[in-house]
Design a protein around this ligand. Structure first.
Ligand code: SAM
Length: 271
């Protein structure tokens, strides 16, 4: 079941009732969940279920549920399984025909999207980008032509470096929004082009703290279609062993599209 991502008032009435009535609560970090339950006046038996014990703990919980007990699963914040433990447990319970009831509530991805002002009709939630820049750039290159809004979670230690990589791979002009400290006292949205948002955080190091969701407008349909139309020419130029930069320039000039996405496409096709 979902729990608050900052503001404790965001717990639902249904979540409170169930937390109080089940036989046990499996929690990502019992030290984190105990104060939440205390603030709700609930005294529950807590069982830890985290990334490092999830597989064997799930087997134990399955057994207890098969004996007729009832339980709830919570993570430190937001919705379990959304970049949080719970997948193994839910999969196992479903395999054994144990009823799993979702109790909806906050999740940073949806909370951020619904106030960012970017298109929400189609979006892709990508979780955390890789910590190392080389891998991060590769992942971003694979997403450069995606026309859906892209959503990433990011840690404050990496947010400035990630913004720099976003600018270099997706171009300075794409629209984006950064949601920081959602539902908390210092909640903030910073929106604009990638360059503007990136400049803002470089100039305001005091704001590079807390929890972050990064959202990017998708590639324009025109760009995506236009790019794939040029795959044949890119392949021919690659066979001539021309440098990637030169191929990107030739194709971008010929096709009348931006160099950055062409460069990413050439890299992708080169493999
Ligand atoms: N299960 C959670 C959910 O449903 O959103 C996500 C857990 S994940 C381990 C933690 C990441 O979620 C943070 O690093 C941050 O990127 C994002 N996040 C969680 N709470 C947030 C908040 N209040 N404001 C902004 N981002 C938040």
């Amino acid at each position: 079941m979902a729990t608050p991502i900052g503001n404790l008032k965001d717990i639902t009435q249904r979540a409170v009732e169930i937390l109080d009535s089940v036989d046990w609560v499996a929690a990502e970090d019992t030290r984190h969940t105990r104060p939440l339950l205390q603030s709700l006046g609930i005294n529950q038996s807590l069982i830890s279920l985290h990334d490092h014990n999830e597989e064997y703990r799930s087997l134990q919980l399955l057994e207890r549920l098969q004996r007729g007990e009832s339980g709830a699963l919570v993570s430190d914040a937001g919705t379990p399984l959304i970049n949080d433990p719970g997948y193994h447990l839910v999969k196992l319970l479903r395999q054994h025909q144990i009823q799993v009831v979702p109790i909806p509530g906050p999740s940073a991805v949806i909370t951020a999207l619904c106030a960012a002002g970017l298109p929400t009709d189609r979006f892709s939630y990508e979780g955390f980008l890789p910590a190392k820049s080389v891998k991060r750039v590769q992942v971003l290159q694979g997403l450069a032509e995606d026309t859906r809004t892209l959503v990433f979670y990011e840690s404050p230690h990496r947010v400035v470096a990630t913004l720099a990589d976003l600018k270099s791979v997706l171009g300075a002009d794409r629209m984006m929004s950064v949601a920081r400290e959602l539902t908390k006292k210092f909640e903030q949205f910073v929106s604009g082009t990638i360059e503007e948002v990136s400049d803002y955080f470089e100039q305001h190091p005091d704001k590079v703290r807390g929890e972050f969701v990064l959202m990017l407008g998708g590639a324009s349909e025109k760009e995506a279609v236009a790019l794939s139309e040029w795959d044949g020419l890119i392949e021919v130029l690659l066979k001539q062993n021309l440098p990637i930069k030169q191929i990107s320039e030739i194709v971008a000039n010929y096709a009348g599209i931006k160099k950055k996405p062409v460069y990413s496409r050439v890299l992708e096709l080169k493999g």
